[in-house]
Structure formats: C-alpha cells, structure tokens
Design a protein around this ligand. Structure first.
Ligand code: UDP
Length: 478
C-alpha cells in the first residue's frame, strides 16, 4: 500500500494529510469505518483508525492490522470501561462515561500525534472523521485546530428519519394504520421505524446520540456508507435541505467489489474469532445455490422462541444450512439440536461473512437486516430473507422495509401478531420462495442488478470514488 501511495502522490502531486477516523467499538461500526480508512490511505493519505479499549479487549490475535501498510494505523484509546469494570465509583451511565473518557483520551492522542515528528514534517494532522453517535468528538477536534465530519454506518434513509424527527418534520408517536409520509420515502408504518423512533422510552437516548444535529449545519461533509444509485432520492432530499451528504460506499473490502486494492481481502479487525476453514471446507462440498446462510450480526439477541422456530425451520426444510450462532446465544438452541444436524447443517459461532456470501454454494441469506450485512448481500448479489428479531432491532426494521419494498432484493418474514414472533412455517415459506427457481427469480435478478451498481460506485470515477477523491483534494487546501 505504501508503494501505491507514493505512486498516487507522484501522479497527483498531492501531499499527504493525516486523518483520524474515530469509530464506536462495535463490529458493525468498525468494519465500514476501517474500509473508508483504507480507501483514504489508498489515495495517498495517512490514516489512523481510532476505536476504544473495549474493542481492543476482544480483538482476535493474528488479525492483519499491520498488513494495511504504514499509511494505515489502528489506535485504541480509553473509554472509561476500565474504571467501570473495577467498580471504582465511575458513573453508571455508560454513555456519559464514554463521552467524558474519550473526550480526554482523544484529546491526548491528538496532542501526541501533533507533537510527533511525522506531523510537523510530512503528514500534518488535519481532520477527524467521527462516528455520528459520538458527536462530542467534533468539539475535541475543533479545540485542537482541526475540522471534522460525521460518519453514518447506517442507511441514508435511517439517517434522514433521525434528522426529520429532530427537525420536527416527522411527528411522533405514529398511530397504528397511519403511516408517516415523508418526502423521498415510501410510506412508513410504526413497525417500519427504527426502534429509536417507534419506542417512546428510547427517544431520550436518540436525542443524546444525535445531539450534534445543529452541528450538521456547520460541517462541510457528512459521510454516508451507501451509494448514490441505491438511495438517490433520500440523498437528494437531504442535499436540498443544505446538508453536505456524501455517499462513499458500499464499504465492503475492495476484492469483493472493484478489486482495485489488492491487499483488501477482508475487513481485518475481528472482535469474534471466525471459523473460516471449517465453513469454507463445508461450503466447498455443497452444490451451487443449495445452502441457506443465516446470521444475525454481532449484537442481535433473538428470543428463545425465535431461535427455536428458526432451528425447527432449518432442520425440516429441504436445503443445507450454515447458521452463525454466537457463543452467548447457543444456550437458546433446542436440546440435542447440534447433535442431530450433523450432515444437513453447520453451526459456527462466527464466520468470515463476506467469504461465505461470495461462495457459490450460498443461495440465500436469512438476515437481521443490519446495515453492513445488507450492503454486503447487495454488493455480492445474494438475495435475502429478512428476519428482523423482535428485541434489539435498532435500525433494522427500516432497512428491512427498503430491501423488500424499494430495492426488491428480499422477502420479508412476517411476525405472527398472536405470538409476537415469526413462526417456522412463515420462515420456511419465505426461504422456499427465494430458493425456488421460478418464484425467486425477481429477488435474485434485483440482487444482481444491485451487485453491478455497487461495483460501479466504487470503480475509478464511480460516484462514491469521486466523492472520496473530492474530499482528499479538499484536504490539500486546509
Ligand atoms: N459478520 C462477520 N461474521 C459473522 C457475522 C457477521 O464477519 O459471522 C460481520 C458482517 O460481515 C458485518 C458485521 O459483522 O460486516 C455486522 O454488521 P451489521 O451491520 O450487519 O450488524 P450488527 O452487528 O451491527 O447488528
């Protein structure tokens, strides 16, 4: 990557700047922010991905942090959880703790970098890209003479909903049967909204998380991990409100997309240990399109009933299945399930999801509709069955709505109103629909169209690539 940077510098005459990219310490935020960092590094910038000690504690040994080249480093700063873990009288409000601890530790990191030789001689520290849920980072940057921009690891549709709620255009609570009709969006029912907007108890947290909305009027860039053709209407609508939103995605490793960054074959920072060898060997033994892949991301916490319904559905359907059940979730599996599925299914506690989705044996993806999983499936052309778990939904219901009704790349599993979760029969029907040659044609074709458009956005001169180039060029003027 270093050679690539030097070459780039020679071609463009651009000088390197140093950019900090500050991510909340969970997999679904680190992955896209790390990918954005790699793109910036590949365009000749020096980048430090910063996250907190909470992530460093789970980091898997052997992750290729160092193979990103010397233009991309990873730093971990204190998030105060050390004191909280030791019960040393730290605030019980973890969010406040994170804010006060990272305000100090980020300031310290910036000062250290600014005082280093590199900063004064070759790579002036110029800019902070911060996770939108840690908006206080912008103040820290400004106190140190730098500018900053928020980064949204969610869909533009979800970001727009938060914005419209805080601006007062989205009036809540919604009533059952009276959908929200917002410009540039499909009508949204109560259960299509992110839980921050459908659950009154969560409003205060959302207000805290998005307290930087006034700052959105001051920043020069707002980065969204999407691409123009996927969310053109929402992006245009936000731009018409004067918001400098730039789509820079999909934030998927280059070798699964445009193949311009040869070293970028994997995200590279795993907080859980993937069982790659086992998965690949097992998938290699299966025929094209014969496997149902089911995974619910790094945080979803399915109820025991939901796990039992899915287990029964997968056992009884006529397809092979690969199911990611995190260690902490395994106790919810039915007794003897793991002993009984030996030939038909494989259950792992974590996998390299992109390699799985890219495998020809995989015919569909049963997903919780986390934003990264969705972008990965769209980028690889894998049709989805959206099974949004009942608890802990976050932004998933809105993404699920878009994938089914707007992007047409998925069939949505309906929750049985009587019992409050999706039943085995309904899940099986949706899986059969997508796996069926005839019935599944529409979702499969739509997925393949998105795959091409996703690549196009990241190719040289593609919409997202251009947005990243423009940002890098603007940094030279700071
Ligand atoms: N992931 C993975 N292995 C797995 C399951 C998930 O590497 O077994 C990755 C997946 O590729 C995605 C991220 O974890 O990049 C999950 O992010 P997402 O936004 O989909 O869900 P979240 O974990 O934030 O709910």
């Amino acid at each position: 990557m270093e050679e690539m940077n030097t070459e780039k510098e020679e071609q463009t005459g651009a000088k390197q700047s140093h950019i900090l990219v500050f991510s909340f310490p969970v997999q679904g935020h680190i992955n896209p922010m790390l990918e954005f960092s790699k793109r910036l590094a590949s365009k000749g910038q020096r980048v430090t991905l910063v996250t907190t000690t909470k992530a460093s504690k789970s980091l898997q040994v052997g992750d290729p942090i160092t193979s990103f080249g010397c233009n991309l480093k990873v730093e971990f700063i204190s998030d105060g959880t050390e004191q909280a873990d030791q019960g040393s009288g730290a605030s019980k409000d973890l969010f406040e703790l994170l804010k006060s601890a990272t305000t100090k530790s980020l300031a310290k990191l910036i000062t250290n970098i600014k005082n280093s030789n590199d900063a004064t001689e070759k790579y002036p520290l110029k800019f902070l890209v911060y996770d939108y849920i840690m908006p206080w980072a912008l103040d820290v940057a400004r106190q140190h003479g730098m500018d900053g921009a928020p980064f949204y690891p969610t869909s533009s549709g979800v970001a727009a909903l938060y914005y419209q709620f805080l601006e007062g255009t989205l009036k809540l609570p919604l009533r059952e049967g009276q959908p929200a009709t917002l410009p540039s969006m499909p009508p949204l029912e109560l259960n299509d909204l992110p839980t921050f907007l459908s659950d009154l108890d969560l409003y205060p947290l959302l207000l805290k998380l998005t307290a930087h909305i006034p700052n959105l009027r001051e920043v020069k860039w707002i980065f969204h991990t999407t691409f123009d053709k996927l969310e053109s209407e929402v992006l245009e609508s936000m731009a018409s409100h004067g918001l400098p939103v730039r789509a820079i995605g999909p934030t998927v490793p280059s070798m699964f997309l445009d193949k311009r960054l040869e070293d970028d074959k994997d995200y590279g920072l795993n907080l859980l240990k993937p069982d790659e060898e086992n998965c690949m060997k097992w998938l290699d033994s299966k025929e094209t399109g014969s496997v149902v892949y089911a995974s619910f991301g790094s945080l979803s916490n399915l109820s025991k009933e939901e796990v039992e319904e899915l287990a029964s559905c997968l056992t009884n359907c006529s397809y092979y299945f690969l199911w990611v059940v995190r260690e902490t979730e395994k106790e919810k599996l039915p007794e003897k399930f793991l002993d009984e599925i030996t030939r038909k299914g494989l259950v792992v506690s974590w996998c390299k999801q992109l390699s799985v989705l890219a495998h020809k044996a995989v015919g569909c993806f049963v997903t919780h509709c986390g934003w990264n999983s969705t972008l990965e499936a769209l980028s690889l052309g894998v049709p989805m069955v959206g099974l949004v778990a009942v608890p802990d939904q976050f932004d998933h219901p809105t993404i699920a709505k878009y994938v089914a009704d707007v992007w047409k790349a998925r069939v949505r599993v309906k929750v049985n109103e009587k019992v409050g979760f999706a039943t085995r029969g309904e899940i099986a029907m949706c899986i059969r629909h997508v796996m069926d040659k005839e019935k599944g044609m529409e979702v499969r074709n739509a997925s393949l169209v998105w795959k091409e458009l996703a690549k196009e956005a990241m190719y040289e001169g593609g919409s997202s690539d251009k947005n990243i180039e423009e940002f890098v060029a603007a940094l030279q003027l700071i």
